[in-house]
Write a protein that binds this ligand. Structure first.
Ligand code: BG6
Length: 498
């Protein structure tokens, strides 16, 4: 991303309108690791208006000066940390200065009316409230913002709220949260974020499907045998044991991130890319899902290994915990495009590789021209969308092996984003913050979509409140039960590697 910082974007995209971003949870991890680096990238690309400002709100005693200093130091530390989400060799002083001088800290208790009175005195014009807090604060903050009149939109000035996940922990609680939001403002004011939709590789699924003649014409039950969606991580629960205990892999990843990947892959073409059309098609797809029954799903929990403790020995985790750190499920869709085509989803922590991929596995050709040994050597074609950390597309298909006889052999072609596009990878929140500032909700979740997602996993939430997860060795591909789940349909998981 070329640094311009002159009020014009290098890409020709117009800067977002002037607004104040109020971050609840200013002292938290999300703000430091992802939100502030995103603002720096947006500023560097000329996508923020000179009238842009940030107020960081949190309960700890701090000051504007100290907050700016801490964030500046964090930005510098990321340049030395290969594991950081934000990658840069150096921090551009001009772009950082542009952001830094717009940062103000406001100390306050999210539950105290005094905080909202303070905000009311400071805020004028358009405001984007960003709830980077624990979920227990969401409803209360929104209610207090409304009570202080802070969600009232005046002519030409918006008031919007970005809500992080988790959006509820089941169908009933997500409905209740939606009701609380709608008692405080209009639905269009609430931006329910799913950070997977901020990844360029995920947004690109729609381009791959709808900007090419090649793929969409074969994108159905007629040609596709099944689809695998994998989000594997090598990390454990790290410092989040307490949070994770009450959440588990299913709630943490499936009805949100994995279902968004599923939607991008399987939704019908939207009439346009506007929010209403895109969200409607996703919602329709999620409503066509059969609620997943326990026999179509498997859960696991990581044991010790790779020099690391087992999940049950992690800080904040009960020694007899039954929380799953791995979930695999088979989705069945009742619509004309996908009836009979299973989508297998799996996600887990402490697995063999960090790897996020969607694999579209095609059927073999209908006409069996290759017979005998040649027919047996024939492998189905695969289209592999590599989302993270390797970012690219691979196709596995058959050619004739050199030499006598018509013998097929499988080969692969590949494209990597880094070879074609030289913009530094963004941290994933840039597009989402920009879109919320310009009011484009296409990459945010609708209330109906979230509820349909929870409804689809509801039988599992109930069934898994009881019984034990299967322990899997750290560094493996997950529990043996996951292999049985897919093998009983005559298929196999792909290896966890690009
Ligand atoms: C978060 C989950 O929403 O997504 C984490 O709470 C998970 O448990 C993370 O590690 C994965 O996101 P990413 O972008 O690192 O793949």
């Amino acid at each position: 991303m070329p640094i311009t910082v002159d009020g014009r974007s290098a890409s020709g995209t117009a800067p977002a309108p002037a607004a104040t971003l109020v971050i609840f949870g200013a002292g938290g991890d999300l703000t430091r690791r992802l939100l502030v680096p995103s603002l720096y990238n947006l500023a560097g690309s000329g996508l923020l208006d000179p009238g842009f400002a940030v107020i960081g709100v949190d309960h700890s005693m701090s000051s504007t000066e100290r907050w700016r200093r801490d964030l500046g130091a964090a930005m510098q530390s990321f340049t030395r940390d290969p594991a950081a989400e934000f990658h840069a060799e150096r921090i551009d002083a001009r772009a950082w200065r542009w952001v830094e001088q717009r940062l103000d800290y406001l100390q306050g208790d999210f539950e105290s009316p005094a905080l909202y009175e303070g905000l009311e005195r400071r805020l004028k014009g358009s405001v984007l409230f960003y709830l980077a807090t624990g979920e227990r604060f969401f409803a209360g903050i929104v209610e207090r913002l409304a009570a202080a009149g802070l969600l009232q939109e005046q002519e030409g000035a918006f008031r919007r709220v970005v809500i992080e996940k988790p959006f509820g922990h089941d169908l009933a609680s997500s409905r209740a949260l939606n009701r609380q939001l709608l008692a405080a403002g209009r639905d269009g004011q609430f931006f329910r974020i799913d950070h997977f939709l901020g990844k360029d590789t995920v947004q690109s699924i729609l381009a791959l499907r709808f900007a090419n003649r090649l793929y969409e014409s074969v994108w159905s039950r007629r040609h596709i045998d099944h689809v695998q969606i994998t989000a594997a991580e090598t990390v454990g629960v790290e410092a989040r044991g307490r949070f994770y205990e009450g959440t588990g892999a299913l709630r943490d990843m499936v009805p949100n991130h994995l279902f968004q990947l599923f939607c991008m892959t399987a939704m019908e073409p939207p009439a346009t890319f506007d929010a209403a059309s895109v969200r409607k098609e996703k919602e329709n797809l999620l409503k066509a899902l059969r609620p997943v029954q326990p026999e179509k799903a498997v859960r696991g929990q990581y044991g010790a290994g790779m020099g690391k403790p087992a999940y049950r020995q992690e800080k904040g985790v009960a020694a007899t915990s039954r929380t799953e750190t791995f979930a695999a499920l088979e989705l069945e869709i009742d619509n004309p495009r996908w009836a009979g085509v299973p989508f297998f989803l799996r996600t887990g922590k402490r697995l063999a590789a960090r790897h996020t991929e969607i694999t579209v596995c095609f059927k073999l050709p209908e006409a069996k021209l290759f017979r005998g040994a040649a027919g047996q050597a024939l492998q189905p074609d695969r289209l592999r969308l590599l989302l993270d950390p390797v970012r690219g597309v691979r196709t596995d298909f058959a050619v004739k092996r050199p030499g006598p006889g018509m013998r097929p052999g499988t080969v692969a072609t590949g494209f990597d984003y880094d070879d074609f596009f030289h913009e530094p990878a963004n941290v994933g929140y840039e597009t989402l913050i920009y879109d919320a500032l310009v009011g484009d909700a296409a990459l945010f979740q609708s209330a109906g979509g979230i509820e349909a997602g929870w409804a689809a996993v509801e039988p599992l939430l109930q069934a898994w409140s009881d019984g034990e997860p299967e322990i899997y060795p750290a560094g493996s591909a997950g529990p043996a039960g996951a292999d049985r789940l897919i093998r009983q349909t005559g298929r196999n998981w792909l290896e966890l590697a690009a």
